[in-house]
Design a protein around this ligand. Structure first.
Ligand SMILES: C[C@@]1(CC(=O)O)C2=NC(=C\c3[nH]c(c(CCC(=O)O)c3CC(=O)O)Cc3[nH]c(c(CC(=O)O)c3CCC(=O)O)/C=C3\N/C(=C\2)[C@@H](CCC(=O)O)[C@]3(C)CC(=O)O)/[C@H]1CCC(=O)O
Ligand SMILES: NC(=O)c1ccc[n+]([C@@H]2O[C@H](COP(=O)([O-])OP(=O)(O)OC[C@H]3O[C@@H](n4cnc5c(N)ncnc54)[C@H](O)[C@@H]3O)[C@@H](O)[C@H]2O)c1
Length: 189
């Protein structure tokens, strides 16, 4: 069976600088899901025109809008870039500029021009699940996200917090804590 070899990491986007190039439908979609997962993410969006809903969304978050066409200088200080313009040549230019500077880049909806994919994301308090279909079906990623949002109980967060409290109370060294935590959670599955 073909295996998904992508390596998921959970980025602290409050202490990273994210740039979105293009502010249309796709830019809005990517920003919406980024902020749904990470409402305090620091994001800059550069485009000559912005979708009205993107302007509204930016107002309530740490999002800076720059009304301009893409220029390489906008990459300065950025860790991660998502290109969403309707101009393929511009998206490829962004991709190449980022590769030259070792900046992680995603050309939305264009898998060969992605260092990383955006995933379907489920958040319940401290618990977060990220879903990838290896780029095979974004629609399936969306459906799986909806499924897990529905079936994961809201009090899963209480469980995480209680286990955190319990761990603090266990006496002994690290290996003793591991053994106690495993014994307590044995029946969870
Ligand atoms: C998960 C999600 C996250 C997000 O966007 O933040 C996401 N796409 C979402 C929705 C969605 N996007 C599209 C449709 C219509 C489906 C269709 O047309 O078939 C729908 C469904 C809908 O809207 O209902 C269009 C589309 N997307 C890609 C292609 C190209 C291709 O498939 O080859 C095309 C066709 C473009 C064209 O026709 O030209 C590619 C990518 N989209 C990814 C992520 C990455 C793979 C993730 C994975 O591994 O599964 C990847 C590879 C790169 C990337 O963009 O990072 C978000 C759901 C969020 C949620 O609901 O939770
Ligand atoms: N709309 C969709 O759901 C969808 C789905 C799949 C693929 N696509 C493709 O994705 C691309 C973008 O689609 P869209 O619907 O977001 O388009 P759009 O027209 O809504 O938005 C394009 C955005 O890119 C900006 N832009 C154009 N040139 C730029 C430049 N030089 N620098 C910075 N920003 C620039 C525009 O100002 C605008 O904000 C298109 O190529 C489209 O074919 C769209």
């Amino acid at each position: 069976m073909e295996q998904n070899e992508l390596y998921p990491i959970f980025l602290k986007v409050t202490q990273l600088e994210v740039l979105i190039v293009g502010g249309g439908n796709v830019g809005l979609e990517k920003l919406t899901f980024l902020l749904k997962s990470s409402p305090n993410a620091k994001v800059t969006v550069v485009a000559p025109n912005f979708h009205q809903k993107l302007i509204e969304l930016a107002k309530n978050h740490y999002v800076i809008l720059i009304e301009d066409s893409y220029k390489v200088s906008y990459l300065t200080g950025k860790h991660m870039v998502i290109a969403t313009t309707d101009n393929i040549a511009v998206n490829v230019e962004v991709y190449k500029d980022c590769k030259d500077r070792h900046i992680l880049v995603n050309v939305a909806d264009n898998p060969p021009y992605c260092d990383f994919y955006m995933g379907g994301i489920v958040t319940k308090g401290n618990i977060k699940i990220a879903i990838s279909t290896n780029g095979k079906s974004p629609t399936l990623a969306k459906r799986l996200r909806q499924f897990f949002e529905d079936v994961l109980p809201n009090d899963i967060d209480d469980l995480a917090k209680n286990l955190n409290e319990f761990r603090k109370k266990i006496k002994g060294d690290f290996s003793n804590k591991v053994a106690e935590m495993n014994k307590l959670t044995e029946k969870l599955l």
